[in-house]
Ligand binder design. Structure first.
Ligand code: G6Q
Length: 527
C-alpha cells in the first residue's frame, strides 16, 4: 500500500487543516508537558511543543500500523532484503547495521542476522588482539582516519562526542577531503613515527580516499618510515583495498552495511576503540544495541525512534515544512548534525517509491544544525520570526561530561545551557503577542526535546541508533528505499570526465574539445 493510500493519511490531512494552536493562552501547560512525553533507555522525548493532540497522535499511530512500520523494522533487523526497488536493477541487499552490535543480551536468532553478527564479532576480536598488540609496544599515540562520507562523518561525530572519555595519550584525526590543504594541515601536526593511519573505504575504490592514502604514504616515505608499519585498512572483502600484505592489519565490513549506517562496524570501531579503549567502545555498542530493541517495541509511545519519525512525517507531509534543524545543546555534538544530515538526506532524499513510481508527496526534509547556545546568536532570528517555519529537534543532557563548572550570577554553565534549551523550545512554540510588529513572535513553530542524563558512551550509542531507526522508519512509512544512494553517481561520473581533461592537459595534449566540449570550456576559465 502506498503512503497516500493508507486510511490514516486522509484523516491526517483533515486534521492538518486545524492543528492545535500552541500560542493560545494556557495550551502549553504543565499537564501537557507531562503527558506528551515518551521514555526509554534513560532517554526522554518531550514533544508537548509539537503541533499534535491526542487525535493526531492516534492517526499517526494508525498510519504506522497500516504501513507495518514495526514489522518492517523487525524484518530489517532479521536480515531480510530491504534495500531494493521492485522490478528494476537495484542493490537487493539486507541492511544489517544492527547485527554489528548484537553482542549482548537477547540476540537476534534469525539466520542472516546471526551470521552477520558472528562475522562482526570475529572482526571485533581481531581488533581487540591488534589493540593489545600495539598497546604492548606502546608505539602509537595518534590515529588518522582517512575516509569520506559514511566512512568519516559518523566516526568523527562520535569521536568528538566522546572525546571527554578518550585515553589521555590517544588522539584521533580525520582526513577526508581531497583538498591537499586538508592533508597538509592534518599531517603537519603529527609525529608520524607514532601515528597509525586507518584507511576506510567499503568499496576500496573511492578516489578521494585512495588519493589521500597515496598522500599519506608519500609523507611516511619522506619521513623515512615504512608506511606498511603504520597503515591499517577497513574495507569490503574482495575490494581493491583487500590486500593484507599492504597493511599492518586489515578489518572487514560487508555490502549489507551502508556507509552512513556503518559507525558501529569496524568503520568507526578502529578509531573509537583505539582512542576510547575497548571497554568504552563496547559501552557505545551496548547503547546502540539497547535502542535497536526499543525500535522493535510495538507501542509507538514506547518506541522513541518511531514516535520521532511520525512527528517528523506530520511536520513534513501534513503541515508542509521543508526542513528540520537538529540543535544539540552540547559542544561535544558539534559534528553530530553533519552526520545526521548525511544519514537522513542520503537515505530519504528520494523521489521514487519502492516500486519505482514517482512519489506525489514530500519525502526527507533538509536537515541541518549547529550546537546551541551558539546558534541562538546567529540563525535563530529566522527560526523565531522568519517566513520559513523550521521544525526543530533539540538534544540536551542534564549533566555535563567533565562535570567541571563555575557559579556565575547564582547559576552554573550547565544550568544556563539547559535554561536556554527549554526557553527556546517554549518561545518557538508559544511565540509572543505584541502591538509592535517587530516584537511579535508568531509561535506555533514545532519542536521536540530529546533529553538524557549525560553524554557518555552508552548514551552516544543510543542516540546514534535512535536516529538510524528514525530515518529507517520514515522510509518504511513512505515506502521508499532508505538504503541506496543512486543520486550521488551522476556527479562522480562527470568528475571523471573532467579529470580526463586535466590529464590530457598535463600530458601536453590538446584538451579534447570534441569529446567533452563542456569540460573543455570550464577548464579554460581556470587561471
Ligand atoms: C554512505 C555513502 C557514502 C560512502 C562514501 C565512501 O552511505 O554510501 O557516503 O560512505 O562515498 O565510500 P567508501 O567507504 O566506499 O569509500
Amino acid at each position: 500500500m502506498s503512503f497516500q493510500g493508507h486510511k490514516a493519511y486522509s484523516r491526517l490531512q483533515e486534521l492538518a487543516k486545524k492543528p492545535i494552536d500552541l500560542t493560545q493562552e494556557g495550551v502549553l501547560n504543565s499537564q501537557r508537558v507531562d503527558s506528551f512525553i515518551a521514555e526509554a533507555m534513560g532517554m526522554k522525548l518531550l514533544y508537548a511543543t509539537e503541533r499534535v493532540d491526542e487525535e493526531v497522535l492516534k492517526e499517526l499511530f494508525a498510519l504506522a500500523s497500516e504501513a507495518k512500520a514495526v514489522k518492517k523494522m523487525t524484518s530489517m533487523q532479521a536480515g531480510e532484503i530491504v534495500n531494493f526497488i521492485e522490478g528494476f536493477p537495484s542493490e537487493q541487499r539486507p541492511a544489517l547495521h544492527t547485527a554489528m552490535r548484537d553482542f549482548f543480551d537477547d540476540r537476534n536468532t534469525a539466520k542472516m542476522a546471526a551470521e552477520a553478527t558472528d562475522l562482526a564479532y570475529q572482526e571485533l576480536e581481531k581488533l581487540k588482539d591488534f589493540l593489545n598488540y600495539i598497546e604492548k609496544q606502546a608505539r602509537f599515540t595518534d590515529i588518522v582516519q582517512v575516509g569520506i562520507g559514511g566512512s568519516q562523518l559518523g566516526p568523527l561525530a562520535v569521536y568528538l562526542g566522546l572525546e571527554a572519555y578518550r585515553k589521555p595519550n590517544k588522539r584521533a584525526h580525520f582526513l577526508s577531503n581531497v583538498d591537499p590543504d586538508d592533508g597538509a594541515k592534518v599531517l603537519k601536526r603529527l609525529d608520524l613515527s607514532k601515528t597509525l593511519v586507518v584507511i576506510v573505504s567499503k568499496s576500496g575504490g573511492t578516489l578521494e580516499t585512495l588519493t589521500n592514502q597515496e598522500y599519506v604514504i608519500e609523507h611516511f616515505r619522506r619521513a623515512g618510515l615504512d608506511p606498511k608499519h603504520h597503515l591499517i585498512a577497513v574495507t569490503g572483502k574482495g575490494s581493491p583495498m583487500d590486500d593484507p600484505n599492504k597493511y599492518l592489519a586489515s578489518f572487514y565490513m560487508w555490502d549489507y552495511i551502508g556507509g552512513r549506517y556503518s559507525v558501529t562496524s569496524m568503520v568507526g570501531g578502529v578509531t573509537l576503540a583505539f582512542t576510547l579503549g575497548m571497554e568504552r567502545f563496547l559501552d557505545f555498542l551496548r547503547g546502540a544495541h539497547a535502542m535497536d530493541k526499543v525500535a522493535l517495541e510495538a507501542d509507538p509511545k514506547k518506541n522513541l525512534p518511531l514516535l520521532s519519525a511520525l512527528l517528523g512525517i506530520w511536520n513534513r507531509d501534513f503541515l508542509g515544512h521543508h526542513t528540520c534543524a537538529i540543535i544539540p545543546y552540547s559542544e561535544a555534538l558539534s559534528r553530530f548534525p553533519a552526520h545526521l544530515q548525511q544519514l537522513d538526506m542520503e537515505s530519504n532524499g528520494k523521489r521514487i517509491d519502492k516500486k519505482g513510481h514517482a512519489v506525489q508527496f514530500p519525502t526527507g526534509p533538509i536537515i541541518w544544525g549547529e550546537p546551541g547556545t551558539n546558534g541562538q546568536h546567529s540563525f535563530f532570528q529566522l527560526l523565531h520570526q522568519g517566513t520559513t517555519i523550521v521544525p526543530m529537534e533539540i538534544i540536551g543532557f542534564s549533566e555535563s561530561q567533565y562535570r567541571e563548572d563555575v557559579l556565575y550570577k547564582g547559576t552554573t554553565c550547565q544550568e544556563k545551557l539547559l535554561s536556554n534549551l527549554f526557553a527556546q523550545s517554549v518561545a518557538l512554540a508559544t511565540g509572543q503577542k505584541n502591538d509592535n510588529p517587530n516584537k511579535f513572535f508568531p509561535g506555533n513553530r514545532p519542536n521536540r526535546i530529546l533529553l538524557s542524563l549525560r553524554l557518555d558512551p552508552f548514551t552516544m550509542g543510543s542516540l546514534l541508533s535512535y536516529y538510524e531507526h528514525k530515518v529507517a522508519f520514515q522510509g518504511f512509512i513512505w515506502d521508499i528505499n532508505s538504503f541506496d544512494q543512486e543520486g550521488v553517481q551522476l556527479g562522480k561520473v562527470l568528475a571523471l570526465k573532467f579529470l580526463d581533461q586535466f590529464e590530457m592537459l598535463r600530458q601536453g595534449r590538446k584538451a579534447d574539445a570534441k569529446g567533452f566540449a563542456l569540460g573543455h570550456s570550464y577548464l579554460r576559465h581556470l587561471s
